[in-house]
Design a protein around this ligand. Sequence first.
Ligand SMILES: [Cu+2]
Length: 315
Amino acid sequence: MSVSRRDFLRIGSLAAAAVATGCGGGSNSFSPVLTDFGPPAAGMTQPPEIRSTGGRLLTTFNISYADVTVTTPVGNRTARLRTWNGFLGGPTLRVKPGDQLTIQLHNNLPPNTDPVPPDHNTPHHFNTINLHTHGLHVSPDQDNVLINIEPGTSYTYVYDIPEDHPAGTFWYHAHTHGKTAMHLLSGMLGLLIVEGGADEVPEVRAATDLDFVISEINLSGISSQPPSSEPFQVPDYVVPSPFVRADSFFLVNGQYQPELTVAPGRTIRLRVLNGSARNTMPLAIDSTTLNVMSLDGITLKQVKPLSEIRLAPAN
Ligand SMILES: [Cu+2]
């Protein structure tokens, strides 16, 4: 099984990629010499962003079906998908240590019609939803993946983010057993950024901070039955799975192979999430070294220059 980087990510004219240094002030091992922070990168859509103010972030997800159109190599494809708020993907939530994050979920999906299987991991009840804050150091009472929000009901999650919470790039997604992959394939995920730490390093602060959310979206449309009951083809670059069909596309911030243009000498910071259901992603930028400053929400002690990194699902 050969994997072409270009199969996954094509990034045009990128001069310098993400980056920077030791956490929390003090030692600064940032290596690139930055003299001109000029105009930032252009060309790639960013998810909408919601920031906490005064120690609080309160938002609402109105979960519903929505018709989503994606431009693909085989033309514009429109599919009816399950969405947080009527658009593909989720907003990027930005909080700080000590903040309280409150998310009201209203499940406006229609009732489930399939029977409950004996094993809860058997795909079923795709219109039941919940929320998981992946990587946050919060109480499991608050981040309880066993909660099921049934169609026509609501639930409010309140997360108290500790004062000493590490800064980093985390994410949220639906996490009900028996439909987690299905909901990911529908784009029910988003970035959850805890600000601070290495963000304060001057060179990092100066870099253009960009979200880079890789998702794998199934554009075959709403399915209320397990996809294994439908015929499917498996492209050669993915792990075979009943959830992966020829109709699946890898997207970045909801776009198929967007081009990101960065002027020479400029530095950008990419907050990359592999939000695909089960595919490891190679990430590289032609002719340029990636300076890895953190991995899986953990800031490294030192920047690690690499020609390529591989991100497992959820990294
Ligand atoms: Cu997770």
